[in-house]
Design a protein around this ligand. Structure first.
Ligand code: NAD
Length: 255
């Protein structure tokens, strides 16, 4: 039987020893960016910056009111220009410097704060705020930090352009890569995610139920965040506290 998670304030746990060659999967959610001043969904009871999710984060919402959706993401783009990474983003970037390609960082966040902290190769499974794509043709997405506050932009093909973010009801990006990294990790860490949004919330459960395809051993699963997540049963430990305070001492880099 899989044991219940140990849930306690982060200071009650010891740092996690990290050796070179160890494969680590880090999944981050909106909570890691909260101390940088970007609000999570949960802060406002399922609203995102005072907007209903159905209005600003679904394909139907975009079809109903493209100017509203573009205004919303344009304001988030303007905000992204003003925010900086916090100690949690920096701690993950340092872990990447130590482990190189053996660290897989997957974020549900659309903000660019991992990259601003120096992290490389971050997979944004829910897309990126500072990229735009066409809603009609298969032209590749492109970097775009412009704000479209009045009129939604159009592609050369005539269709509306849209933010390159993955909305509810759409398929997250990079699921094959994510699946391969989850299946072969030695340590799985989630930071600041309520465990309510799938498929991201199901990754820890996979790690806890299936041994690594590489080593045949079960990986350790750790949650770090303000409160017990909805998928707490998927973790060996839930270390409660602010990401910016716990992450700098979470890993003990050895050798
Ligand atoms: P969520 O809003 O559902 O949950 C955030 C979690 O973070 C909560 O459990 C909360 O307790 C925790 N938290 C809050 N402050 C924290 C802190 N200082 N330190 C540690 N934990 C803290 O977020 P989610 O699970 O990531 O899922 C929501 C979806 O929202 C994602 O798909 C994402 O695309 C989108 N989103 C992204 C951003 C962003 O890019 N920064 C912001 C809001 C929402």
């Amino acid at each position: 039987m899989i044991p219940l998670p140990r849930v306690a304030p982060g200071v009650a746990f010891s740092p996690i020893p990290i050796r070179r060659g160890m494969r680590v999967f880090v999944l981050t959610g909106a909570g890691i960016s909260a101390e940088s001043g970007i609000r999570t969904f949960r802060d406002a009871g399922g609203l995102w910056e005072q907007h209903r999710i159905e209005d600003v984060a679904t394909p139907e919402g975009f079809l109903r009111n493209p100017p509203l959706v573009w205004r919303f993401y344009s304001e988030r783009r303007q905000q992204a220009g003003l925010v900086s990474p916090n100690p949690a983003h920096h701690a993950i970037a340092r872990l990447g410097d130590f482990l190189g390609e053996d660290l897989f960082v997957c974020t549900q966040n659309v903000d660019p704060l991992h990259e601003r902290a120096g992290a490389r190769g971050v997979l944004h499974m829910h897309g990126e705020l500072l990229r735009t794509r066409c809603s009609g043709c298969d032209r590749p997405s492109f970097e775009d930090d412009r704000a479209y506050l009045d009129r939604p932009p159009r592609c050369e093909c005539g269709a509306l352009l849209r933010p390159d973010v993955v909305w509810f009801g759409e398929i997250p990006k990079g699921m094959d890569q994510i699946g391969a990294a989850v299946a072969s990790c030695d340590l799985f860490v989630t930071v600041g995610s309520s465990g309510a949004v799938y498929p991201a919330a199901g990754l820890a459960s996979h790690v806890r139920n299936f041994p690594s395809v590489r080593t045949g051993r079960f990986a350790r699963t750790i949650y770090v965040g303000l409160e017990r997540p909805e998928n707490a049963h998927s973790f060996d430990e839930c270390r409660l506290g602010k990401a910016g305070e716990l992450l700098p001492d979470l890993f003990k880099l050895e050798g």
